[in-house]
Design a protein around this ligand. Structure first.
Ligand SMILES: [Zn+2]
Length: 199
């Protein structure tokens, strides 16, 4: 949505690593297991990915989604940007309650055949849980996902939460309530970005 609206490239380490996994590269295979269990991929790998991406695509603005997730990642980003003679404009913290995360996960439907995922609240699939791509059966995957969620929350509390204070100290942090509808959240993010680009 951000790319479409602002013409700024967005990347997330998760998306890069999923693509690597689908391509069957050594990096993709190495990290797939960690991602699947809800753990965080080692900082060194993530930092290299971002550094490469910035060099290729970061010339005219960029948005990172899900990066940095740890203090060492945030510190590396600062030194990368110093080298590139650029700086961050905004750090946006999407606050989402555990309850919301849990609801979103348990409300997720996945195709048993091709892996396509959608939400069970999506009206299109509520009555007829069939995959639009391959006609496979759409099913819920609860237990697995909830165990993964526990690991992810633990990682979040110990490694990601301290980033709030880090960016607060730099007067860059904006907290947005992410428990609301996608469109409302996007409108808030857009407003922050518009205020920045208008300057
Ligand atoms: Zn399918």
């Amino acid at each position: 949505m951000i790319t479409r609206h602002f013409g700024i490239p967005v990347t997330s380490p998760g998306a890069i690593l999923r693509r690597e996994r689908d391509l069957g590269t050594p990096l993709g295979q190495e990290t797939a297991e960690v991602l699947q269990s809800g753990g965080l991929v080692p900082d060194k790998i993530i930092i290299e990915l971002i550094e490469d991406w910035l060099r290729l695509h970061g010339g005219h603005g960029f948005v990172f989604d899900g990066f940095p997730r740890t203090l060492p990642q945030a510190e590396s980003l600062m030194s990368m940007l110093t080298k590139l003679r650029t700086a961050l404009d905004l750090a946006i913290w999407l606050e989402v309650s555990e309850e919301t995360v849990r609801d979103r996960i348990t409300g997720r439907l996945q195709c048993a055949e091709c892996g396509f995922t959608t939400s069970s609240s999506s009206a299109q699939f509520a009555n007829r849980p069939v995959c639009p791509y391959c006609d496979g059966r759409l099913e819920r995957r609860n237990d697995d996902d909830l165990a993964v969620l526990q690991t992810r929350l633990q990682e979040f509390r110990t490694k990601t939460e301290p980033l709030g204070a880090f960016y607060e100290k730099l007067s860059m942090l904006h907290r947005i309530d992410g428990n609301r509808d996608r469109d409302v959240v996007f409108a808030d993010i857009s407003k922050l970005m518009e205020d920045k680009t208008a300057k």
